[in-house]
Design a protein around this ligand. Structure first.
Ligand code: 5GP
Ligand code: MG
Length: 479
């Protein structure tokens, strides 16, 4: 997962893009970048590091223009090279195009190979460059971005939310299943598109709505318009956005994330009640869940762990001793709150189990008599192919293990996960409209050797040039 933003604003966009990226920093800490356009020039500044490390007022002042896009990148294993930092720019027949992508394509290698066979050269390992080539291919015969996006939706398999800057115009589109989030808001003198609504809040804007799956949004100095390029008979919103990835103060596809997490916490108490003296969150991801659990159980919410907010991401830890210090700096126990207590410890998810094991050990060393771990997601048993940087099956602690085996490995007194049915209920939509691949091993798009719901997915974009053309729904609106 990454964070993306696109803004058109009569008052200039570099600073608004910067603040929006700041609000989306949780979606990616590896690199940050901004592209803007003015006159005939595309300006880009991007580098590895946090938003605050990459930009300063001098670099921002150099990013001229009233239209632009931005990107923060999540560290994805094995691809930490400067070439992969987005936005990705290319020139094609006098057009300057800059694009930023959030998600993961499952057929990028296939498409890349096809283009390479035709003699095309690639400079990066990014999906964004593959998408750029598809757009260029469409623009060869048509001047319209609408046609280019139609070709993208027909060819791309996987998750994608994309912002593109073509001269003075920002385009944004979302995959037909709406796997990755994207929403649109109004600013005083323009419009904003962003991965999460918190970016709109950061600029004092007004949330308009989510970008519809399969929809193309167009914003320029005249306002915002949209066209529906493809429709599917279901959505597949990423369930992990609600569990972990999104900020709790974001509204995603109509639902406030904090409410979902709080309801999950309540559901955890109903599903797996336990006697305890305190409900303790694992900061920060477990907080809303713990609030819900405490509320439902009547057991006091009390913090037993404190997180250091100033811990740098690039902490150099060459020795084992230093790594241990680093862990202690990052998280410390509040001993006075934990000593002799039966602790109900609440977190959002267990992935590898290494953090959870360490935290349980710390709480035990602080004198807790019992540690009942309650987890806001069902066991994560399967990898994510659609954008969340999850480990392989072998590294997932719950894969192939019973809950009792996981409990023993982590060292908790008891362990319970929220049942999938209760999680879906907390989100408030039909399970068939969510991607639950990491929890069920069943994915909404074809992934080799994995189970798939593809029979119920209707890629209308894929049938555009064939008989399915009549099923296309095109709607234009101008606000
Ligand atoms: P584990 O016990 O599996 O090592 O770690 C569980 C913790 O990892 C939970 O607190 C959860 O919030 C956090 N977590 C879950 N997914 C991710 C992720 O994609 N990136 C990071 N940095 N933490 C994650
Ligand atoms: Mg966490």
């Amino acid at each position: 997962m990454c964070g993306i933003v696109g803004i058109v604003d009569a008052g200039g966009v570099s600073f608004p893009l910067y603040y929006a990226l700041y609000a989306l920093q949780h979606r990616g800490q590896e690199s940050a970048g901004i592209s803007t356009f003015e006159g005939t020039t595309l300006y880009t500044y991007k580098a590895q590091g946090l938003v605050a490390e990459v930009f300063n007022s001098h670099t921002l002042e150099g990013l001229h223009g009233n239209a632009g896009i931005g990107h923060v990148r999540y560290p994805v294993s094995g691809s930490t090279v400067p070439e992969n930092v987005q936005p990705f720019n290319f020139r094609y027949r006098g057009l300057d195009l800059s694009i930023a992508h959030n998600g993961n394509l499952v057929n990028a290698a296939e498409i890349r190979e096809e283009y390479e066979r035709r003699g095309q050269i690639f400079c990066t390992a990014t999906d964004a460059e593959v998408i750029g080539n598809i757009i260029a291919e469409a623009l060869r015969t048509s001047k319209s971005m609408e046609d280019a996006v139609r070709l993208c939706m027909r060819r791309l398999r996987g998750s994608y939310a994309i912002v593109a800057l073509l001269n003075n115009t920002v385009y944004a589109f979302r995959d037909p299943l709406g796997i990755t989030p994207l929403c649109v808001g109004k600013l005083d003198h323009g419009y904003i598109i962003a991965s999460e609504s918190v970016a709109i809040d950061a600029l004092g804007g007004m949330f308009i709505r989510d970008v519809r799956p399969g929809e193309l949004i167009h914003i320029d100095e005249n306002g915002f318009s949209s066209v529906q390029i493809a429709t599917a008979n279901r959505t597949a919103h990423c369930i992990f956005e609600y569990i972990y990835f999104a900020r709790a103060d974001s509204v995603i596809d109509g639902t406030l994330v904090y409410d979902v997490r709080r309801r999950i916490g309540q559901g955890l108490h109903d599903a797996a009640p336990v006697r305890g003296d305190m409900v303790c969150p694992v900061p920060d991801s477990g907080t809303a869940y713990a609030a819900g659990y405490a509320e439902q159980s009547g057991i006091p919410f009390l913090e037993g762990l404190m997180k250091n907010r100033y811990m740098g991401r690039t902490f150099i830890m060459p020795t084992q001793q230093q790594r241990e210090w680093a862990i202690r700096i990052k998280l410390n126990t509040i001993r006075g709150n934990l000593k002799g207590k039966r602790v109900i410890l609440v977190d959002d998810s267990i992935v590898r189990g290494t953090t959870s094991r360490r935290i349980v050990k710390m709480i035990r060393e602080a004198g807790a008599s019992e540690i009942h771990l309650r987890v806001g997601s069902p066991p994560i048993i399967s990898p994510c192919y659609l954008g969340v940087d999850m480990p392989t099956r072998a590294e997932l602690i719950a894969s192939g293990k019973s809950i009792e085996m996981v409990r023993e490995s982590i060292g908790a007194t008891s362990l319970a996960y929220i049942p999938l049915k209760d999680l879906v209920e907390a989100i408030g939509c039909d399970e068939r409209n969510l991607c639950t691949g990491c929890l069920t091993g069943c994915y909404p798009v074809d992934i080799s050797e994995e189970r798939c719901h593809h029979s119920v997915v209707d890629y209308m974009a894929g049938t555009h040039h064939q008989a399915g053309l009549s099923t296309f729904r095109t709607e234009k609106q101008r606000t």
